[in-house]
Design a protein around this ligand. Structure first.
Ligand SMILES: [Zn+2]
Length: 110
C-alpha cells in the first residue's frame, strides 16, 4: 500500500514498453536501470522491493500510474500524436468491447 519510488539509478536504459491503457501500443522509453519502491504491507509494516532490468522498469512504470503519469507522457509530441491516432482507430474497431488484457474483475482475483 502507498508505494513510493525512493531511489533509482545505475544508469539509463532504453527498452520497449507496453501498457494495458494503450492496447497494441509499444514505445521505447528511457528509464533508470534500477529502482527501489517502499510501501506498507497489510499489517502496516514497511516493505521494500527493488530490481533492475524488467522488474526495475515495471516498478517505475506502475509507480508512474499512481502519480498520474502514463507512458504517453514520456514520449515526444509526434509520437504522442501517433499513439492518439492509433488509440482512436482501436476504439473505432473495438467499440463496446473490453480490451483482451483488461484488469480482471474482482471475482477473477479471488
Ligand atoms: Zn501501464
Amino acid at each position: 500500500m502507498n508505494p513510493e519510488l525512493v531511489e533509482s539509478g545505475k544508469g539509463l536504459a532504453v527498452a520497449e514498453e507496453g501498457c494495458l491503457s494503450f492496447p497494441g501500443v509499444y514505445v521505447e522509453i528511457k528509464r533508470p536501470r534500477w529502482a527501489k519502491v517502499r510501501a506498507r504491507d497489510l499489517e502496516g509494516n514497511t516493505v521494500e522491493v527493488d530490481g533492475d532490468g524488467l522488474l526495475g522498469r515495471a516498478l517505475q512504470h506502475e509507480h508512474d500510474h499512481l502519480t498520474g503519469k502514463l507512458m504517453i507522457d514520456l514520449v515526444g509530441t509526434i509520437k504522442k500524436e501517433v499513439i492518439k491516432r492509433k488509440m482512436k482507430r482501436w476504439h473505432a474497431e473495438h467499440d463496446g468491447e473490453k480490451p483482451a488484457a483488461a484488469t480482471p474483475s474482482l471475482p477473477e482475483l479471488v
